[in-house]
Design a protein. Structure first.
Length: 372
């Protein structure tokens, strides 16, 4: 499917013509005849583009366009204004109202399809460029923070190792060993945070899927507000757990994002619920895959949005950015895996991470995580 289009036109004949032209090009078509219905329909279906007749009765296309641009939930959707003639007055008025482009109704079908495709692609490309700039800024900030932490951390670890050499009592050694283990774990987590904002994937490692899941869940729970017990998290795993080759920091980024999304879905719905992280394996496409499922007890995903949630900048939440799931899917693709979603039978949703399982030469993880 090339995308979804909302046509706003009071002429049934014009809607039929546009539906035929764009439907043949692979687009899913939605229609309304009145401008006053356009805003509610756009909020409901979140189309890739809105084709808007400039001469609508009751509420003009120009007024509808201004309302779209003033609505935070749909303001970034491209708008293509329809005119009945090459009239500079209509064109200028439409652009001033916030439209991205215009096309006359009697234009050849190839021109209409070309304008629609160009607007959708341009909006996605400009959004991705903005995302890259934001990630670069976050990366620079995080690099500075990690640098500031690593200095004191090295001092703590070095002094602890000196104390261990001079300690006489077994009880003293026990406490010092605890400090050293904690500094080691913090160092690995700092490395994982740095991996999460690198422009390219780091060196892949063979890791135990269960270990990376437990570490991610632990970080997630420690990041919750104090006293927050609204979302209970459980982990289930097959034995022995599968081993995978991936960048641990990037995979942790995906897991933390999915856990946060699950908690938000539960919080918006009932306020309390359960999250289950299930580790398993499946055999498809002639090979063995490790699977990590994040299952929540929230309201689930509207069926009309299931095939769109991994698009860049698609979101149904007022405070959402539409970056998280897109980036998660891209990271899994970088790791030769994939990310999918489905609704549960009773309620809630399940996100399924799939990564190639390591066998043969990889009998143990390259760099096992430190003891918990």
């Amino acid at each position: 499917m090339s995308g979804s289009i909302l046509i706003v036109d009071d002429s049934a004949a014009d809607r039929v013509l546009l539906r035929t032209i764009l439907g043949r090009a692979g687009y899913a078509i939605h229609e309304v005849a009145k401008g006053e219905d356009a805003i509610a329909q756009a909020r409901r279906i979140r189309p890739h583009i809105i084709i808007l007749d400039v001469n609508l009765p009751e509420m003009s296309g120009l007024e509808v366009c201004r309302k779209i641009r003033a609505d935070r939930e749909i303001s970034t959707i491209p708008v293509l204004i329809l005119t009945v003639r090459h009239d500079d007055t209509d064109v200028v008025a439409g652009l001033e109202a916030g439209a991205d482009d215009y096309v006359v109704k009697d234009a050849p079908g190839e021109v209409i399809v070309g304008r629609v495709r160009r607007l959708i692609e341009f909006r996605q490309m400009s959004g991705l460029a903005m995302l890259n700039q934001q990630l670069a800024q976050v990366g620079r900030l995080l690099t500075g923070i990690v640098h500031e932490i690593r200095g004191p951390l090295s001092v703590i670890r070095g002094n602890a190792e000196l104390l261990r050499m001079e300690a006489a009592a077994a009880e003293q050694v026990q406490w010092i060993e605890s400090i050293i283990r904690s500094t080691r774990l913090l160092q690995i987590r700092l490395d994982h945070l740095m991996a999460a904002v690198r422009d390219t994937s780091g060196e892949p490692q063979v890791i135990d899927a269960s270990a990376i899941v437990h570490e991610s869940v632990d970080l997630f729970l420690k990041g919750l507000p104090p006293g927050d017990r609204s979302s209970q998290v459980e982990i289930e795993s097959i034995e022995p757990p599968p081993r995978i080759r991936c960048d641990p920091g990037r995979l942790m980024q995906v897991l933390l994002n999915l856990l946060s999304n699950a908690r938000e879905a539960i919080h918006r719905d009932s306020g309390e619920g359960q999250i289950l992280v299930r580790i398993g394996r499946t055999h498809e496409e002639g090979r063995s895959w490790a699977t990590i499922e994040v299952v929540d007890s929230g309201p689930g995903i509207p069926e009309e949005f299931l095939n769109r949630i991994f698009e860049p900048f698609f979101t149904t939440r007022r405070e959402g950015t539409g970056y998280g799931l897109y980036l998660a899917a891209q990271i899994l693709q970088e790791q030769s895996g994939g990310l999918a979603a489905r609704n549960n039978r009773d309620r809630g949703a399940t996100f399924i991470l799939r990564l190639p399982e390591v066998d043969g030469e990889a009998d143990r993880p390259d760099q096992p995580l430190p003891p918990r």
